[in-house]
Design a protein around this ligand. Structure first.
Ligand SMILES: Nc1ncnc2c1ncn2[C@@H]1O[C@H](COP(=O)(O)OP(=O)(O)O)[C@@H](O)[C@H]1O
Ligand SMILES: [Mg+2]
Length: 341
């Protein structure tokens, strides 16, 4: 029997636009002979609409102005339990962080991907690192600061940073995404400004050693048996960090595959990716991101993304494609895992 699938996109997140592009790609590939599709868009103000217009209008954001195909109270589709499964393509806060997962749990609706705890842990980089460390997985040296601590005890914290870390260092929001609020700091005079920038995105931030790195990504698909895609490397095109512009605004391809890396290191990356997926209690999908220190050749897990980008240029589908897993296969598997959970 044909299953009814709600596809949720947009949302109250700084990654709203990325989500639109991911949803448009999903809607292009999902097999309409197998599923009835219910696209639901959430505006940046948090209003839900059912949207049955053109996929291109979703990608461009024009769907919000398309009064003809936009039906208010899109949340009713979930509350009335009109669907068999929810496929959230919401990146970042209010979607990738356990919120929509919690709503679906209450409504007893199967949802694609990781559930509440895992989504929250992976969204909050500090908590994600606590778990990874606990299971002996390597993470870059870091320090966590809350906004309140910084307000109450600024001078002590600043001197602690200077004493414990050598420059350059990275300052970033704990629950961030798309490189928003991430700064590389070379001299101590610039730390405070970077800290303030990061606090614009979250009330908890991380200070990390800035690794002179190569960045690798591995897609994971599965529940008990995990399929791993090829390892991809990010070409920064000479930039200091893989920033928003480099990620989404340039037409150039920044994914390199196959990667120039020894089999030994590749095996270690695969082993860490599987272990990270398991210890963070992920399900369905995740993209595990790695840093490789060019000087020491150490491998670190940087973060685990539970709703990885699914746009045309995204590494998640592309690196699975290289192992013969198509977009359609990915979608079918994810829905099957969610419904049989
Ligand atoms: N410790 C670090 N050393 C060097 N570069 C880093 C470090 N942490 C982050 N970066 C750079 O900043 C980018 C974004 O940081 P990341 O932790 O992946 O956050 P986001 O969730 O925004 O993607 C990374 O892709 C990398 O280029
Ligand atoms: Mg990242």
């Amino acid at each position: 029997m044909k299953k009814k699938i709600a596809i949720i996109f947009g949302g109250e997140s700084i990654e709203h636009e990325v989500s639109l592009a991911s949803a448009a790609e999903l809607l292009t590939h999902i097999d309409k002979s197998k599923y009835y599709v219910y696209p639901i868009g959430i505006t940046k103000d948090g209003e839900w609409f059912e949207y049955n217009g053109d996929v291109e209008k979703i990608a461009s954001g024009q769907w919000e102005k398309d009064e003809f195909y936009k039906v208010p109270n899109g949340e009713k589709i979930l509350f009335n339990r009109d669907v068999d499964c929810v496929f959230p393509l919401l990146h970042g806060r209010n979607g990738e962080d356990g919120t929509i997962q919690g709503l679906c749990k209450l409504l007893k609706l199967p949802i694609v991907g990781s559930k509440v705890l895992s989504s929250s842990l992976c969204m909050d980089k500090a908590y994600g690192k606590f778990i990874l460390e606990k299971f002996d997985l390597p993470v870059t040296p870091y320090m966590v600061i809350t906004e309140k601590e910084f307000k109450d005890d600024k001078d002590r914290i600043l001197s602690q940073i200077v004493n414990n870390y050598s420059f350059p260092l990275i300052v970033k929001p704990s629950s961030g995404g798309s490189s928003m609020g991430v700064s590389k700091v070379r001299i101590k005079e610039n730390i405070e400004k970077a800290i303030k920038t990061a606090f614009e995105f979250d009330n908890k931030i991380l200070i990390e050693k800035a690794v002179n790195l190569r960045e690798f990504k591995v897609p994971v698909l599965g529940k008990d048996n995990l399929f791993l895609g090829e390892i991809g490397e990010i070409d920064y095109h000479g930039k200091e960090i893989f920033d928003y512009e480099e990620k989404y605004l340039k037409e150039v391809d920044n994914l390199v595959c196959p990667v120039d890396l020894s089999e030994e290191y590749k095996d270690r990356i695969y082993e860490y990716a599987k272990k990270a997926f398991k210890v963070l209690d992920c399900s369905g999908m995740a993209r595990v991101d790695f840093f490789f220190d060019k000087e020491t050749e150490e491998i670190y897990i940087n973060e685990v993304n539970t709703i990885p980008g699914f746009t045309k240029n995204s590494s998640y589908p592309k690196l699975l494609n290289k192992k013969g897993i198509s977009e359609k296969d990915i979608i079918d598997k994810l829905i099957e895992y969610a419904i049989n959970e």
